[in-house]
Design a binder for this molecule. Structure first.
Ligand SMILES: Cc1ncc(COP(=O)(O)O)c(C=O)c1O
Length: 374
């Protein structure tokens, strides 16, 4: 049995057979008219899952966040407070400013993905006419750049209280909210209880090919629907996509706990790394490749896999390096087993396969070529 392990990101998955089946057989209609039964079913399901009144299916997490910003910050001169390591701030092209005309005001993220509540409170503007209007606070859970960290429930609750005191909506970029839910063993609904809006992705760690949802009150979603149309995100027979997202929720989300277990085993192995080449406590070969990725590739290609790399797995990340304690997500499915390193930064590691999982895996991946050997 050939397994592909690609540790660049939890987005490099492929739709499962059951997703493909659901997509082909989905009932569809024109969703801009609100007539796609599969999209409607997905939206109800997600709203229900998160304990909110309504949801809207959108093409991407970036659009979900942008829509939330546009709805909450609908007065000119608005600002949104976000962590300085937030995806919204770092990786969405400044869409808040670019498209929505909203100022992003940053507070410093701590290593656990939270930020100082006092700093947030100090940052909230008063009625001084010189100042922008603070219209939203956004948090990220799990926190991508902070290594997939799960935000503590109590911290979210306290932040929510603070926001309510100031009548400022709290948005959660919950692209990987279901990972947080699996990790905490707490329903997603509980995690987002104090949030006014939530973005959730089906294409990260859940194997769906496309799609995110934005969730909130009926009034919020009404406005969000307008914004989605304006941004060009109004889709027609999008039930074919929503069908895969439904399968993602029904069949893949329950497997996230297993993903986490595997990631922890992988992380544990990495933490036991004794140097450039050595053995960990279990006696498994464990090598960290410190060479620059390109030279490492050359080196590996010159060696016969059967001899040196049989039963070994090479983990090749995109750029730079991160310690494996930052490694938290994997994605497990029939055809692929992918795993997420913090913010796509990972180093090259060799691991003895049984350390990682019980599967027989014989292959090597490269960030550009995907499958190098097997
Ligand atoms: C935390 C977070 N939010 C939002 C996004 C954006 O999602 P998309 O790539 O679907 O636009 C990502 C993408 O990786 C993410 O990690």
């Amino acid at each position: 049995m050939a397994y592909i392990v690609d540790l660049r990101s939890d987005t490099v998955t492929k739709p499962t057979e059951s997703m493909k089946h659901a997509m082909v057989n989905s009932a569809v209609g024109d969703d801009v008219f609100g007539e796609d039964p599969t999209v409607n079913a997905l939206e109800s399901k997600v709203a229900n899952l998160l304990g909110k009144q309504a949801a809207l299916f959108v093409p991407s997490g970036t659009m979900a966040n942008l829509i939330a910003i546009m709805v909450h910050c609908n007065k000119r001169g608005s600002e949104a407070i976000v962590g300085n390591l937030a995806h919204i701030y770092k990786y969405e092209q400044g869409g808040a400013a670019h498209v929505a005309g909203v100022l992003l005001s940053t507070v410093q993220n701590k290593p656990d993905g939270t930020f100082d509540l006092q700093e947030v409170e100090n940052r909230i503007r008063g009625s001084d006419i010189h100042e922008p209007i603070t219209s939203m606070v956004a948090i990220e859970n799990t926190h991508n750049v902070c290594g997939g960290k799960v935000l503590p429930l109590q911290w979210i609750d306290e932040l929510s209280e603070l926001c309510k005191r100031h009548s400022i909506p709290l948005h959660m970029d919950g692209a990987r909210l279901l990972n947080a839910s699996a990790y905490l063993e707490v329903p997603a609904e509980r995690i987002v209880r104090g949030c006014d809006s939530v973005a959730l992705c089906f294409s990260k760690g859940l194997s769906a090919p496309v799609g995110s949802a934005i969730v909130g009150s009926c009034h919020f979603i009404q406005q969000a629907r307008r914004m989605r149309k304006m941004l060009g995100g109004g889709m027609r027979q999008s039930g074919v996509l929503a069908a895969a997202a439904i399968v993602a929720l029904d069949e893949i989300a329950p497997k996230l706990a297993l993903d986490h277990k595997r990631a922890q085993r992988l992380g544990k192995g990495r933490l036991q790394d004794t140097g450039r080449r050595g053995r960990n406590r279990e006696g498994d070969l464990l090598q960290r490749q410190d060479d620059p990725p390109d030279s490492a590739h050359r080196d590996i290609r010159q060696r016969p896999l059967a001899r040196h790399y049989e039963d070994h797995l090479r983990v090749q990340g995109a750029r730079g390096r991160a310690s494996a304690d930052q490694l938290v997500h994997t994605n497990t499915r029939h055809e692929s087993w992918s795993c997420m390193f913090s913010s796509y930064h990972s180093t090259s590691i060799y691991l003895y396969v049984p350390l990682v999982c019980d599967l027989q895996i014989k292959f090597v991946l490269d960030r550009d070529r995907k499958l190098l050997f097997f």
